[in-house]
Ligand binder design. Structure first.
Ligand code: KG4
Ligand code: ZN
Length: 335
């Protein structure tokens, strides 16, 4: 089954063609980062307008790259939430228009479920249950995946998301937006032990807190104003080490709790090289398997949406065209 997926929940306009939920024929991502960078974060109104301008071209590119035509698409899917309302509406409306004009089913997909499915997309034969650390700009959660659509929420952040912490720390260091990739890059030349930043809530359950860590970095910068390049690299490396320590140790504890042999990391922060190395090392030490999708499947993309749509369509069928966009949509979890 050939599925066209569309993702417009935040600041990436993306479209992809995925066959049978596993074979990626194309995955096109047009990032709006440059448009938002000078504002230090995503401006919702600018995001919606840019999605409107980009979405048709991105869909066209995805079809061309996949070597197919509109008539070959059997199901069209789009992210229905969570995300920015105006941004989501562009992708949802585009998908519904295609469904209506081509007479094919529409499937609305939960963005968080999409991130969870990125691991399955990479390895369809993965052994369940999975302990998944889902870390993005808007979410930080630990999820036990026991089967398709059988998700157990094990922990989540009580304040900032991990990606948000990267973005805020980068801003206070004057490094621009988005912060994650810049800090990741700088951390490579810094000393992760230069400054001992706190590891909030480490060893204390499976919930997270990052606002105190961000404040600790702020206090450090106030005490040491105008750091030179080497000092900025040390701050970046020390901050990243603190985040990575907390994230990886809680993922390990989550796997213990549900008896998972496979560790998965997903979401934009899963592109972080320090986190990838740490989780892989930890899996090796504990006799587990680390499944970390390539960075382009971790950050927002439409391949994960098209892949998830295949599962949802098999079980739940088409989504009604009367269904809308849901900015605060939650991951459906076991109660
Ligand atoms: O999943 P994503 O692309 O969008 C959301 O759904 O939020 O995640 C974006 C977040 C941003 O906060 C960005 O700074 C962070 O992921 N990020 C990273 C890296 N690449 C992206 N954080 C740390 N290291 C990276 N290499
Ligand atoms: Zn995301």
């Amino acid at each position: 089954m050939i599925i066209l997926g569309i993702e417009t929940s935040c600041d990436e306009t993306a479209a992809a063609v995925v066959v049978d939920g596993i074979e990626i024929r194309s995955s096109v991502v047009s990032s709006q980062v440059d448009l938002h960078a000078r504002y230090g974060g995503v401006v919702p109104e600018i995001a919606s307008r840019a999605h409107l301008e980009l979405v048709n071209g991105v869909i066209g590119d995805a079809l061309v790259e996949a070597g197919i035509e509109f008539g070959d698409v059997e199901v069209v899917a789009a992210t229905r939430g969570p995300g920015l309302a105006g941004a989501l509406l562009v992708g949802v409306s585009a998908a519904k228009s295609i469904a209506l004009t081509r007479g094919i089913p529409y499937v609305g997909v939960n963005h968080l479920e999409g991130h969870l499915h990125a691991a399955w997309l990479q390895d369809p034969s993965v052994e369940l249950p999975l302990a998944v650390l889902l870390v993005s700009g808007g979410h930080t959660m630990l999820v036990g995946v026991h089967g398709d659509a059988d998700y157990e929420l094990l922990g989540e952040t009580v304040d900032d998301a991990a990606g948000e912490a990267f973005d805020k720390v980068a801003r206070l260091l004057g490094l621009g937006y988005p912060g994650g990739p810049v800090i990741d890059q700088l951390a490579r030349s810094g000393d992760p032990q230069a400054i001992r930043f706190p590891r909030p809530m480490q060893g204390d359950g499976l919930d997270f807190s990052f606002s105190g860590l961000k404040t600790a970095v702020l206090h450090h910068v106030r005490r040491h104003p105008e750091p030179d390049d080497a000092e900025v690299a040390d701050i970046a490396a020390s901050f990243q080490a603190a985040v990575v320590d907390v994230l990886s140790s809680k993922l390990d504890a989550a796997a213990d709790q549900i008896g998972a042999r496979t560790l998965v990391v997903g979401g934009g922060v899963a592109a972080n090289s320090g986190l990838r190395i740490e989780v892989a090392a930890m899996a090796g030490e504990t006799g587990r398997v680390a499944l970390i999708p390539p960075p382009e499947l971790c950050t927002d993309n439409a391949a994960m949406i098209a892949a998830t749509a295949w599962w949802r369509f098999r079980t739940d069928g088409a989504t009604s065209l009367a269904d809308g966009a849901f900015p605060n949509l939650k991951l459906p979890t076991r109660v």
